[in-house]
Write a protein that binds this ligand. Structure first.
Ligand code: RAM
Length: 378
């Protein structure tokens, strides 16, 4: 029943959700993976065909498919990562395969390397990883690819040599533009503001921050003063502490922009608890289910924010790995495409880092008019 409601809600809101930068988008933020039934035909297509299994050994692929796929998120305890993993799991199990979900205890490359090595030892078919560092995973991911395991990134990329393709939630410049425009709008285009990020080496946050800094060079933003980029490491307490330090160090601070769902929720809580709503504004990238309490009411800590559907990001990673293993889809080839069980066609494009990517969709704006509806969806 909840799912039916969610689908109806989604359909009703498709027309009212405005993509950042103006214009109306028709992309559904509903979870394709969780809500779209996988057809029998799609299952048959994706499942290892009996005929193939019976094929003579000479024609067998170099590495026999086990039908096992893993996702490694950035860290445990972050609901965004759990949504992402649930989308991946639904895509993989919906096609009749086995999904392994790994949330590292620490938000570090080291913790992820241990998990990659374990998965290589198991000899699975594919790994999708939200990288905690751009370069540090290279040795272990290359070893995985050498062992015949397809490796892709989602959410946060590793370097091009360590991956076949990056499942990018939204265009990097587009996200940067949304965040800068929100800061401009909410501060009246002038005054001190700060960024509260995740870890200092988080590839996705750093890419968005770099894009923001580039956009800020435009004269239009010359009266906006970015005083600091603080790092809350996607940990609630550290993000709270960093927010308090920003408030103490910059008494004239007008806005905190947190391009992380953990950071934006922590900063909003501090602003709300300390009675600073309206004085210091919070915006950034937030999960509706975590942010609703800070966005509703007369004078909210966070008037509006952006995100995409993390469930979809996980699902597209799952679809991509299965297309690679079962259909020879080449994620490293710009222009290559495949049609997934959700009926959508995904196309490879050039990523800013020289590698390749598949962009899932544009960022969406959430505010007091729609947050109540979305908080139950993800
Ligand atoms: C946090 C994580 C994740 C990022 C979102 C916006 O949950 O850092 O990687 O994509 O925020």
């Amino acid at each position: 029943m909840k799912k039916v409601l969610a689908i109806l809600l989604s359909a009703a809101m498709i027309l009212s959700l405005a993509a950042c930068g103006g214009g109306t988008t028709v992309q559904s933020a509903e979870s394709a993976a969780a809500e779209t039934p996988v057809t029998e035909a799609a299952k048959e297509e994706a499942a290892p065909a009996a005929a193939e299994e019976a094929a003579p050994a000479a024609e067998a692929p170099a590495k026999e498919s086990k039908g096992v796929y893993a996702i490694i998120t950035k860290s445990a305890g972050n609901p965004y990562n759990e949504r992402e993993a649930s989308g991946f799991e639904a895509a993989i199990t919906g096609a009749g395969y086995e999904a392994i979900i790994k949330h590292p205890a620490e938000i570090t490359a080291e913790a992820q390397i241990t998990l990659i090595n374990e998965l290589v030892a198991q000899g699975i078919d594919g790994i999708a990883i939200a990288a905690n560092d751009f370069d540090a995973l290279e040795t272990s991911l290359k070893a995985a690819m050498d062992a015949g395991i397809h490796c892709i990134c989602l959410d946060s990329s590793c370097n091009p040599a360590s991956r076949e393709v990056f499942i990018n939630q939204a265009g990097v410049k587009e996200v940067g533009q949304c965040l800068v425009d929100a800061t401009y709008d909410l501060t009246g285009g002038e005054g001190q503001w700060a960024i509260l990020s995740a870890t200092s080496v988080a590839t996705n946050q750093n890419a968005w921050i770099d894009a923001m800094k580039e956009i800020l060079k435009d004269d239009k933003y010359s009266k906006m003063e970015l005083v600091e980029v603080a790092y809350g490491d996607d940990e609630q307490q550290k993000s709270v502490d960093e927010t308090k330090a920003l408030l103490q160090n910059y008494p004239d601070l007008k806005l905190i922009n947190a391009p992380t769902t953990v950071g934006i929720a922590a900063a909003s809580k501090v602003i709300q608890d300390e009675g600073l709503c309206g004085k210091v504004i919070v915006t950034g990238l937030g999960l509706p289910s975590e942010m609703a309490e800070f966005m509703e009411g007369e004078n909210p800590a966070c008037p509006y924010m952006f995100l995409w559907n993390p469930i979809d990001v996980g699902a597209v990673a799952g679809y991509t790995l299965m297309a690679m293993v079962n259909d020879g889809f080449d994620g490293g080839q710009v222009g290559a495409s495949f049609t997934a069980a959700d009926g959508k066609t995904y196309t490879v494009s050039q990523a800013d880092d020289g590698g390749t990517q598949i962009i899932v969709g544009p960022p969406f704006k959430f505010d007091s008019s729609n947050i109540a509806d979305w908080k139950t969806v993800y």
